[in-house]
Design a binder for this molecule. Sequence first.
Ligand SMILES: Cc1cc2nc3c(=O)[nH]c(=O)nc-3n(C[C@H](O)[C@H](O)[C@H](O)COP(=O)(O)OP(=O)(O)OC[C@H]3O[C@@H](n4cnc5c(N)ncnc54)[C@H](O)[C@@H]3O)c2cc1C
Length: 352
Amino acid sequence: MNFRKTLIVGGGLAGTLMAFRLWQNQKPFLLIDAEAGKKSSAVASGLINPVVVKHFGLSWMAEKLVPEAVKVYKNLEEITSSRFFHPLKIFRSFHHQEDTDLWNRRRQEEESGPFFMEEAPSPAPLLTHAPWGGGVIQNAARVDVEVFIETTRKFLFQKELLRSDSFDYKLLQPSRKGWSYKGDNYGHVIFCQGIRSVENPWFQWLPVNPIKGQLLKLHHPLLSNQQAISRKIFILPQGGQSFKVGATYEHSREDGNTPEGIQQLSNGFQELIQEKGDKAGLDITGTYYGFRPTIPDRRPILGEHPFHKGLYVFNGLGSKGYMLAPWFSEHLYRHIFEGILLLPEVSLIRYK
Ligand SMILES: Cc1cc2nc3c(=O)[nH]c(=O)nc-3n(C[C@H](O)[C@H](O)[C@H](O)COP(=O)(O)OP(=O)(O)OC[C@H]3O[C@@H](n4cnc5c(N)ncnc54)[C@H](O)[C@@H]3O)c2cc1C
């Protein structure tokens, strides 16, 4: 049995789920996270969507990822006595008859197609512009990311398993028992740093690219809060009459929301929602932005450093972190502690 302690660096979604895997398996660990650091996980829409909205195919590994995500988030709700996981349906609006034909064809192509996609066309929710009806994605969900981050952090803090601090690379040194950091020894160090992995002297070579996303939050008294609505953008219910609208996808490293980003989202919203009267009057209650940690081949990146044994990475969650992280935190856990082989598509060796 391996009782050596594990150090996790980075407390976004990846680091938090890794921490809970260790906690549930009674493995000792410490999570270090820079409180002031900007987390992609805290600004995300938190949508778990098994269907690619552009071409209606099932998302990569959706049939495995979605059931594991449901299990993990529900379990974490129980552990932390909170509520942040909300099953929901997504309405994808169609603008041509061909959309209906393509949707129904895709639905039949894969075994789990009918589990995730209702037969089209379905009628549009109130106010939605969908001249040909639409397709309904079922067994989707949203995670209320603010509640998720807040309650999981509180839980780990109270148990003294989370330290709010900036990790200092210079202080991590190889030792006889693995790695030492500030006087403690660790058998494994797992870096879950999102876009900040480029600062990491051991993992700088990983191609983690920041892709900026901007979001709006708005208030609307009439939209359905039972279904998300999508076409070029998403309108995602947040409870009550509050909705998130997003997200942009920008190859930019510039901090902050921009007038162009806000305009793009407002236009997307107004194309999707038909309203009589004043079109300019969106009741925007908040704007957000963040950077998705993305890998060129759009797959997560996991595994042990090829030369420095005991140093691991869990990153590359891209645009779908909330769907990917539950299954892949288990996958990495089992690789480290049970010796299973990583899927070649996600192993960091592909970029060595
Ligand atoms: C606008 C937007 C919308 C999105 N919408 C969705 C969505 O609807 N569904 C979905 O599944 N995904 C979505 N995503 C993607 C999702 O947010 C990411 O895939 C996921 O959050 C990445 O998590 P992470 O833990 O890898 O990174 P992060 O959340 O960025 O966490 C990394 C953490 O590491 C810490 N850290 C780094 N270096 C150090 C150090 N040296 N010392 C201490 N701490 C350190 C940082 O401070 C940070 O807290 C969206 C992203 C954006 C930007």
